[in-house]
Unconditional design. Structure first.
Length: 319
């Protein structure tokens, strides 16, 4: 976790304990078109470049006119996201670490608003990195059951409510679309349900549903994919990982709207029990689906995920 503290004599804030991805821009563009998004990218790029050169500490001076909370949040998001390293399983790792980054040039009169913006940027950046870490896991180290365990650990740490539906509960709920995708794998499916309930919900607020696809490995099933680049199909759970990262952030940011994440998790494998092109599955909604291509697994599991989110009371859904 990043730590920061305001320095007493200046608007500079110190972000501690970071270890940081991007390419050095030739230009920040025209001043009139400069946005906080540009600031986010520049902050991350600066950190990656300096880290690669063995720098341990540096100061990031914001651009003139970009000294408010939105700019501070963007800079911190960029710095924290750039801290992510994907060398988790490398035998030999490069021993590079940024120890601290000082943010300079922000308006000292903002006080608590500036500190809150920096904290929000840290939470969002760290939640992005949490999702990226899950996405980069090889499929033998992140099966549907392992993903559920990782989600449980995150929820416990963040103070979120979580329920894991196993293959028996999934069958009881008649999630035939998800079962159809999962039946070719020796790994049983899971449905991960994470709930954020605000302490003081906004009257009349919608219940937001986040439904994310988590196919921890997608071979395409019987309609098997070409072997070239198939190793990248470990990334097919990126939607589910993104929703878990969003829930992690929501737990800390504490919006006034209730949110429920529903993440159907499975593998899509060409086993002896795998569904075949031409098979007909009955989704949780009761609708029948003819499977023409078994590599269309995502829309199948999302059909059951969205149906279940609606059953749980979600009024608005992001998928």
């Amino acid at each position: 976790m990043l730590r920061f503290r305001p320095t007493p004599s200046s608007p500079t804030c110190l972000i501690r304990k970071t270890s940081w991805t991007a390419s050095w821009p030739r230009s920040a563009g025209k001043p009139g078109k400069f946005t906080t998004s540009d600031l986010r990218k520049i902050a991350g790029t600066a950190l990656r470049q300096l880290k690669s050169r063995g720098v341990k500490k540096f100061a990031f001076l914001t651009r003139e006119g970009e000294t408010g909370p939105a700019a501070a949040q963007a800079a911190v998001e960029g710095l924290v996201a750039a801290d992510f390293e994907s060398d988790k399983y490398r035998t030999e790792k490069k021993n590079r670490e940024i120890q601290s980054v000082s943010l300079a040039g922000f308006d000292p009169g903002l006080g608590a608003n500036l500190a809150a913006a920096i904290e929000q940027g840290r939470v969002i950046g760290e939640s992005q990195n949490f999702a990226r870490d899950l996405i980069n896991e090889p499929s033998n180290r992140l099966t549907p059951r392992m993903l559920a365990e990782r989600a449980e650990a995150m929820a416990k740490e963040a103070g979120l409510n979580i329920e894991i539906l196993d293959e028996h509960k999934i069958a009881e709920l008649k999630m035939g679309a998800l079962i159809g995708v999962a039946q070719g794998s020796a790994e049983p499916p899971r449905v991960i349900v994470v709930r954020y309930t605000p302490a003081n919900p906004k009257p009349g607020a919608p219940v937001l549903g986040l439904v994310g696809k988590a196919v921890t490995f997608d071979t395409g099933g019987i309609s098997i994919k070409p072997s070239t680049n198939m190793e990248k199909m470990k990334y097919d759970m990126g939607g589910g990982a993104t929703m878990l990262g969003a829930m992690r952030a929501l737990a800390a940011l504490k919006p006034s709207v209730p949110v429920i994440a529903v993440i159907p998790a499975t593998e899509n494998m060409p086993g002896g029990r795998a569904q075949k092109p031409g098979d007909v599955q009955t989704a949780m909604s009761g609708k029948t689906i003819e499977v023409i291509n078994t590599d269309a697994e995502g829309r199948l599991i999302l059909a059951d995920g969205i149906c279940y989110a609606r059953k749980l009371g979600c009024t608005h859904i992001v998928s």
